[in-house]
Write a protein that binds this ligand. Structure first.
Ligand code: F6R
Length: 619
């Protein structure tokens, strides 16, 4: 979950390596912010600077004690695994002679054995990290082999666990070497300079030309060249691609936080995810899904695997896909899926949903599903990430880079992509007529404008959120597709406002949770459209009455024109009329805004909430 940047360029020593590395770290800080550090290769050897806490602390240190000009550099922002988040454990770590510097994302699982070996050989380890053993091993391997790439190859083969590693050596001023195993690393290709990053955001300000580094590969960067080998030393020809978003997409664009910007990006994220999905006759053509149609026709069960917000998107998908395609859909947290004994076979379609494409729990579940013979389709936002590479097919969401740790626009884009998948399967299997599919696609194309309407009318929800900043807990209720929306509303509040919040299926209330209702308890209720299923609607209205009768403060999200809720609502937030199955795309937006405003009113850092990281690359 740490952020990693590498740069080499300009043979004449200059300030650019530090500028590029610090700029990249600023864009990757969402990955971890326990400490930050840099190592630069100068004409006189290596220099490092590192500091506990957010990147701003390191910037302060560099202002007080500027580093010399350099030819190459590496930088790291940490999400602590081994050892407290202090200056000593911050990366980079150095070899005994101080001539090799290493940064690392992941966990070296055999580090205890390796550490013992080093200690027995008389090596002094300065930190508590698993990373430092790599620095010492690389130092020794370089002394033996005289070449950083060969040293990396020798050491990488000894490591177990997950790792992205970057290293520089004092004797190789124009070289940065990187490698990866179950952890991301991408290469940015420049003119007379080259870049490495945990994701393309690290170098998007400088180049959009990128290269994927595959599993168990080692990349060697000089200003003029990029060469890749595998762990056995065989040359590899990596896949190049052009990043289709620009640096401004990763900036705040005038909003006070990335989360606020990303909530406002949502109409575009949905529209972009829908773009180019039909042919001239209006048929859905999902080009990225290169699974044989015969295989998809035979599918008799779908299992959605995902974590957190992405799993709630999967739950929405379940309601839609089962209704449109008449295929049973199970939704399972990826970390649970892998460790039970799921019934999966060649007729199972496993759909892995992930914004980052790097979530280790989901990746491991993907591998497990494929081993069992299932076809795996990934719904992913980040190009070049690991999950789509390891899946049979991919349906990319086009939400653009999501920087705030709490997911918002990726959630709506995931739901949109899942609807596309459902309609595609319905078309393929003939469970919906073409005109029905066309009508649903038209409804979907109207959603961006509806989300915009919710955003434009957000003052009321913001006022209510500010007034509730001292509330001790909030409950969220929903039925049908409103149920995952309720859970997502609660998750947003937990993560960024540190407020106890729970989402329940409204029908479950009477089976226990209603005991939580006491006078003044705030309860959000997501009310389905009265035009869709009147039974569903009237059941939820009854639920509002039940909690109101027990003193709850009811905060109701209802469709415009739904007068039935008015007598029982302390506050109503109206959203535009939307087809029942598509409603989550609009009804979740007030909940996102509510959490954002309440957390802001509490003075919290909404983009980088405590204890979390954007990309969860540990199990
Ligand atoms: C919540 C949130 C997380 C992620 C989860 C999966 O706001 O962001 O719950 O949804 O960690 O991440 P991805 O989608 O990258 O696999």
């Amino acid at each position: 979950m740490c952020g990693i940047v590498g740069y080499v360029g300009e043979r004449v020593a200059g300030a650019r390596p530090l500028e590029v590395v610090m700029g990249g770290l600023a864009r990757l800080e969402y990955r971890g912010y326990d400490s930050a550090g840099v190592a630069l290769v100068t004409g006189d050897g290596l220099v490092t600077a590192k500091k506990a806490g957010k990147l701003v602390n390191l910037s302060g240190l560099l202002e007080d004690a500027p580093l010399p000009l350099a030819t190459a550099g590496i930088g790291h922002t940490r999400w602590a695994t081994h050892g407290a988040p202090n200056d000593l454990n911050a990366h980079p770590h150095l070899s005994e002679d101080g001539r090799v510097a290493v940064i690392h994302n992941g966990i070296i699982e055999n580090f205890v054995v390796l550490r013992a070996e080093l200690v027995a050989a008389g090596v002094h380890l300065a930190s508590e990290t698993d990373t430092e053993v790599v620095a010492h091993l690389l130092g020794a391997a370089y002394d033996e082999l005289g070449d950083l790439t060969s040293a990396m190859q020798q050491v990488a083969r000894r490591l177990q666990g997950t790792f992205t590693l970057l290293a520089v050596h004092a004797d190789a001023p124009d070289v940065v070497v990187g490698t990866r195993h179950d952890s991301p690393l991408v290469v940015g290709l420049g003119d007379g300079e080259n870049f490495l990053g945990s994701d393309v955001a690290a170098f998007i300000a400088y180049t959009r030309e990128a290269m994927e580094l595959g599993q168990d590969e080692i990349v060697t960067l000089t200003p003029e060249s990029v060469s890749v080998i595998d762990f056995d030393g065989n040359a590899v020809e990596p896949h190049r691609y052009t990043v289709d978003w620009d640096a401004s997409a990763a900036q705040k664009g005038g909003f006070s936080s990335f989360m606020d910007k990303e909530i406002h990006d949502q109409p575009q994220a949905i529209a972009d995810t829908l773009l180019g999905r039909t042919d001239l006759s209006g048929h859905l053509v999902l080009d990225e899904i290169r699974v044989d149609e015969a295989v998809l026709r035979q599918v008799d069960k779908i299992i959605v695997i995902a974590c957190g917000t992405a799993a709630y998107a999967g739950q929405v998908a379940k309601y839609a896909i089962e209704h449109w395609c008449r295929i049973p859909v199970e939704v399972e947290l990826a970390h649970e899926f892998r460790y039970r004994d799921p019934v999966v076979n060649a007729k199972t379609l496993v759909v892995a949903v992930s914004q980052s494409g790097e979530t280790m729990d989901t990746l491991m579940a993907v591998r497990h599903a494929r081993e069992q013979g299932a076809t795996v389709l990934a719904i992913v936002n980040t190009h070049g990430s690991t999950i789509p590479r390891e899946s049979d097919a991919v349906l990319y969401t086009h939400a653009g880079p999501e920087v705030a740790v709490a997911s918002t626009k990726a959630f709506l884009a995931q739901i949109t992509a899942a609807y596309l998948l459902g309609l595609y399967l319905a078309q393929l299997r003939g469970t919906k007529f073409p005109d029905e599919i066309a009508e649903l696609l038209d409804d979907l194309r109207e959603i961006p404008a509806k989300v915009q309407t919710v955003l434009d009318g957000a003052d009321h929800v913001r006022d209510v959120a500010r007034a509730m900043k001292d509330a001790p807990s909030v409950i969220f209720l929903g039925r049908h597709v409103g149920y995952p929306v309720a859970m997502e509303g609660a998750l947003k509040l937990k993560e960024i406002a540190y407020l106890h919040a729970e989402g329940f299926a409204a029908g479950e209330l009477k089976h226990g949770p209603i005991a939580l209702i006491e006078p003044g308890q705030p309860v959000f209720v997501i009310v389905p459209s009265p035009r869709g299923r009147d039974v569903l609607h009237s059941k939820v209205v009854s639920n509002i009455q039940e909690i109101r009768a027990r003193g709850a403060r009811t905060l109701v999200i209802a469709e415009e024109g739904d007068e039935d809720v008015l007598p029982f609502a302390d506050e109503v937030f109206f959203v535009p009329q939307t087809a029942t199955l598509l409603a989550p795309l609009v009804s979740v937006v007030p909940l996102q805004l509510f959490a954002l405003e309440l957390a802001t009113a509490k003075g919290l850092d909404v983009d980088q909430p405590r204890n979390l990281a954007k990309s969860v690359t540990v199990e």
